[in-house]
Design a protein around this ligand. Structure first.
Ligand code: NOJ
Length: 508
C-alpha cells in the first residue's frame, strides 16, 4: 500500500508572487483561490504554501511572529479555511510550511525572553556568555554571509544564536517547553484540516550540547550546512507522533539542507521519522548524463537502504531557476521529464511549468537578504503588462512575460506548460510512473535510459543530454516528447536535448 504523498505531484506556491486579488501588488490567499481552476487543470495533486503567517518579512516570511494566524496582507483564517475546503473539494491536498528552528525577533516569546535573564521564555532561545576574548561563544557562521551566528544583547549582556538573520533567533529545542509549544502550532493547523507540513531546515533543531567550534577548515560554510547530529532523531520521532495522530496521514516533508544524499536519507529513521526529505544534491549538478547517473545511483543506494521514498526537485524559491542554471529551456524541459519519471515524489515550483527564467533586478538591486530574488519573481498570467496583476507587482516580472504568460502557453500544444501538463497526465494514467520499479537500460554516451514497471505496465524514458542527434536501441509509441509530436512512433533517433517517454513495442 502506497501513501498518497508517494504518488502525488506537489506544487510549491510562493504566495507573495503567485496571484494578487486586491491590487496591492502582493499575491494573496484569494489569488490562490482564484487560480485553483488552473492548478486543477495543470494536474498537480497537492499544494505546498511557503509561510503564510504574520511576519515582519525580514526573511520574506521565514521569520514568523505568530504561528497561528495569517499575515493580514495574505488574508485571514476564515479565508484560509475556505482555501482548505476548496482545495479538498477538488480532490487536491494542501501542505503548510512550518518554521520550527527559529522565530522572528518580534515574536512575543523572544520579546519576553530578551527583556530579562529571568524571563519565563529565556530558555526558549539559546543564550550564551561571551568567549574569554569577549567575542561570540563559538565560531559558528550564519547563513548567506560570513558573519557570526550570534548577536550580543546589550540589555541582558549575553549572546543569542541565529543560524540565519539576527532577526531570526534560534529556538532551543533542548527545552521540552519549546517542543510542547511548537507541537501545539502543528495541531492548530492540523485541526483546520491541512494535509501536512514542509518542515523548514529541520536538521537544525538538534544542536551540539557543548556548542563546540565548527571544524576550522570548513569555517567558510555556514553552520546550517554543518549541523548534523544524532540528537535529531528522537525529536523527529516526537514530532511524528503528533502529526501522525491525525487520520488523514499528514505528510512530513523535511528540508534537510545537507547536500549529501547519504546524510539526507538518515532523516527517515526506520520509517518512524520524516516521510519525505528534500534531497538538493541534484540541484547542484550540471546537465550531463554522467553527473545525473551518479546522483540517481547515489539516491537509489542510500534511500533504498532505508526503504525511504526519494523526492526530486529542480526548482524552489531559494535557488536560481533551472532554465537559468542550465542556460537552456530545452535542457530544463528534459530535466523536468526526469524529475517526473524517476522513482519518487516530484516537487514543482510555481512558474517552473512556464519555463520561467530568473528575473534580473534593475540596477543590481537586492531585496532578499539571501540574494535569491531572481527565482521569486511574480507569475505572468496574462500576456500584456502588468500580466494579470491589477496594479503591477511588488517586484519585477521574469523575462519574456509576454510570451511565457499562462494565457499564451495554454493555447499552444508545444509550450512548456503543455509539456508539464502532459507529463502530469501521464503520471496519472500510468501506475508504472507513479509507483513502479526503476531500472537502467543500456544507453550510448550522453544519454540516460531507464524503465519503470508495475505489473504488466512498462514505460521507458530516454534522455539525450547532448546537442547532437543520438541513436538509441528503442522502438515504440511516443507517449510524450519534449521535441516532437506525442503520437509518433519512436524510431530510436533522439534529437538534441530531447526527452522521450514511450511504451516499448513488444518483440514479436
Ligand atoms: C529555508 C527556506 O527555504 C529559506 O527561504 C529560508 O530563508 C531559510 N530556510 C530560513 O528559514
Amino acid at each position: 500500500m502506497r501513501s498518497w504523498w508517494q504518488e502525488a505531484v506537489i506544487y510549491q506556491i510562493y504566495p507573495r508572487s503567485f496571484a494578487d486579488s486586491n491590487g496591492d501588488g502582493i499575491g494573496d490567499l484569494q489569488g490562490i483561490l482564484d487560480h485553483l481552476d488552473y492548478l486543477e487543470w495543470l494536474g498537480v495533486d497537492c499544494l505546498w504554501l511557503t509561510p503564510i503567517y504574520p511576519s515582519p518579512m525580514a526573511d520574506f516570511s521565514y521569520d514568523v511572529s505568530n504561528y497561528t494566524d495569517v499575515w493580514p496582507l495574505f488574508g485571514d483564517l476564515a479565508l484560509f479555511d475556505e482555501l482548505v475546503a476548496q482545495v479538498h473539494e477538488r480532490h487536491m491536498r494542501i501542505v503548510l510550511d512550518w518554521v520550527p528552528n527559529h522565530t522572528s525577533s518580534e515574536h512575543p516569546w523572544f520579546q519576553d525572553a530578551r527583556s530579562s535573564r529571568d524571563s519565563a521564555f529565556r530558555d526558549f532561545y539559546v543564550w550564551k556568555d561571551s568567549a574569554p576574548d569577549g567575542g561570540p561563544p563559538n565560531n559558528w557562521v550564519r547563513s548567506w554571509v560570513n558573519e557570526p551566528a550570534w548577536t550580543f544583547d546589550q540589555q541582558t549582556q549575553q549572546w543569542y544564536l541565529h543560524c540565519f538573520l539576527p532577526e531570526q533567533p534560534d529556538l532551543n529545542w533542548a527545552n521540552p517547553a519549546v517542543r510542547t509549544a511548537m507541537a501545539d502550532t502543528l495541531c492548530f493547523w492540523l485541526d483546520r484540516g491541512v494535509d501536512g507540513f514542509r518542515m523548514d531546515v529541520i536538521h537544525l533543531l538538534a544542536k551540539d550540547p557543548e556548542f563546540g567550534d565548527d571544524p576550522e577548515d570548513l569555517k567558510v560554510l555556514s553552520h546550517v550546512v554543518l549541523n548534523h547530529r544524532e540528537e535529531i532523531h528522537p525529536i523527529l520521532r516526537e514530532i511524528r507522533s503528533v502529526v501522525k495522530s491525525y487520520e488523514n496521514d499528514p505528510v512530513m516533508v523535511g528540508e534537510v539542507y545537507l547536500i549529501d544524499a547519504s546524510l539526507v536519507a538518515s532523516y527517515h529513521g526506520n520509517g518512524d521519522e520524516l516521510d519525505l526529505a528534500f534531497n538538493f544534491e541534484p540541484m547542484f549538478r550540471p546537465f550531463t548524463a554522467e553527473a545525473w547517473r551518479e546522483i540517481i545511483d547515489r539516491v537509489i543506494e542510500h534511500f533504498d537502504a532505508r526503504q525511504a521514498w526519494p523526492t526530486w526537485v529542480l526548482n524552489n524559491h531559494d535557488a536560481p531557476r533551472s532554465v537559468t542554471r542550465f542556460r537552456s529551456l530545452e535542457r530544463a524541459r528534459a530535466a523536468a521529464v526526469m524529475v517526473c519519471t524517476l522513482r519518487g515524489t516530484p516537487f514543482l515550483f510555481q512558474g517552473e511549468e512556464l519555463g520561467l527564467e530568473n528575473a534580473a533586478l534593475e540596477g543590481g538591486e537586492v531585496i532578499d537578504p539571501g540574494f535569491r530574488d531572481g527565482a521569486r519573481a511574480p507569475i505572468p498570467w496574462k500576456s500584456a503588462a502588468p500580466h494579470g496583476w491589477p496594479n503591477g507587482a511588488w517586484m519585477q516580472f521574469p523575462p519574456d512575460g509576454e510570451t511565457k504568460a499562462v494565457e499564451v502557453q495554454r493555447q499552444d500544444p508545444t509550450s512548456t506548460l503543455s509539456i508539464y501538463r502532459a507529463l502530469l497526465q501521464l503520471r496519472r494514467e500510468h501506475k508504472a510512473l507513479r509507483r513502479g520499479s526503476f531500472s537502467w537500460l543500456e544507453s550510448p554516451e550522453g544519454v540516460l535510459s531507464w524503465q519503470r514497471r508495475e505489473e504488466e505496465q512498462l514505460v521507458e524514458v530516454h534522455l539525450n543530454f547532448t546537442r547532437d542527434v543520438v541513436a538509441v536501441e528503442a522502438r515504440g509509441e511516443v507517449l510524450l516528447s519534449t521535441g516532437r509530436d506525442h503520437a509518433e512512433v519512436f524510431d530510436g533517433s533522439l534529437r538534441a536535448y530531447e526527452a522521450i517517454v514511450m511504451r516499448p513495442t513488444t518483440a514479436p
